[in-house]
Design a protein around this ligand. Structure first.
Ligand code: SF4
Ligand code: ZN
Ligand code: ZN
Length: 313
């Protein structure tokens, strides 16, 4: 770490953040990271100390770091691992990831819900995808649909007040860029660090949305969290990764540009730039019904997209 010293204690620093003009030794970085998370939770009124929190856990560095920070802050935070039934050339991606999530829960005395998609619904994500799209495209669309359904169902059935995900600044900036390039105003309206519970959807919060990915990675590393290092094999070549690469290149020459892009958007959104002009039009376009099979909200008149997918299995 060169000659950098900790901004707190002036001892040797192990991690430096150019855009913040800060460097820290290990204990002070861990402390800073937890404090910053607490600030974001407060700033966006994400949840209260008494709320029951469900943490979506993938077994990777970000989600285990989020679970770690939330229980250290004293929150009642349980995990949810969704086994997607995905394998890669390197090995059994989903089962390996589940093992990391289970080990983390066991080591810290935390409660983990596990939903195994193959066992519960008869097909894995790749099987669902190859049938519904005849193998033409990646399974990410189907995967997103299934994960959203299962996360909302578990959160509501088990009485959680809020569902948290570990999306970081790199994720949010990439999604923002994607939505902006296509001017998807409806998606821009819904991109925010916290979304209130509505129409049968549980409240959702992203307490890591203002951390760079390298900052969450540093937290896991310096905390000694063991996590699945392999990425999902279907993530290779995704549109989100392309945008992440572009933003990383921009960040190299202009430190802080990613944060400015995202924070500037949040300010504009708060100022009403992405609010629907006509509230009635917006409500109508989002008019939701109850799925007759699972009871979850859906925009379609009959069964929801998830139940149609499972029924066809
Ligand atoms: S990369 Fe695609 S298939 Fe893999 S976990 Fe993410 S959304 Fe699912
Ligand atoms: Zn220090
Ligand atoms: Zn349904």
């Amino acid at each position: 770490m060169g000659n950098y010293v900790c901004s707190q204690c002036r001892g040797p620093a192990v991690f430096r953040m150019r855009h913040h003009r800060l460097a820290f030794c290990q204990p002070h970085y861990l402390e800073w990271f937890i404090e910053q998370t607490a600030r974001v939770i407060e700033k966006y009124h994400m949840f209260a100390p008494t709320d029951r929190i469900l943490v979506a856990v993938s077994g990777g560095k970000d989600s285990l770091a989020l679970w770690d920070v939330l229980w250290r802050l004293g929150y009642q935070a349980d995990g949810l691992y969704i086994n997607l039934g995905i394998s890669s050339q390197e090995g059994d991606y989903s089962n390996e990831s589940q093992r990391y999530a289970k080990d983390f829960a066991g080591q810290n005395g935390l409660r983990l819900h596990v939903v195994d998609i193959l066992q519960q619904y008869g097909e894995s994500i790749p099987q669902f995808a190859s049938r519904s799209q005849r193998g033409r495209i990646k399974p990410c669309g189907v995967c997103g649909l299934v994960k959203r359904h299962v996360m909302n169902r578990v959160a509501r059935d088990e009485g959680y007040d809020v569902l948290t995900t570990a999306h970081n600044l790199d994720d949010e900036a990439a999604v923002l860029m994607s939505n902006t390039m296509a001017w998807q105003v409806d998606l821009l309206q819904r991109q925010y660090p916290v979304l209130p519970a509505e129409d049968g959807f549980v409240r959702k919060a992203k307490p890591f949305c203002r951390f760079y990915e390298r900052e969450t990675a540093a937290y896991s590393l310096l905390r000694g969290i063991e996590y699945e290092e392999e990425e999902c094999p279907f993530s290779v070549g995704s549109k989100q990764l392309v945008y992440k690469d572009m933003l990383n290149k921009m960040e190299e020459t202009t430190p802080g540009i990613k944060m400015n892009f995202y924070a500037g958007f949040l300010n504009a959104r708060s100022a009403g730039y992405f609010s629907p002009q006509n509230k009635a039009d917006n409500e109508q376009s989002r008019e939701l019904h109850r799925c007759p099979t699972c009871g979850q909200p859906t925009a379609s008149d009959g069964a929801c997209a998830f139940c149609r997918l499972v029924k066809a299995a």
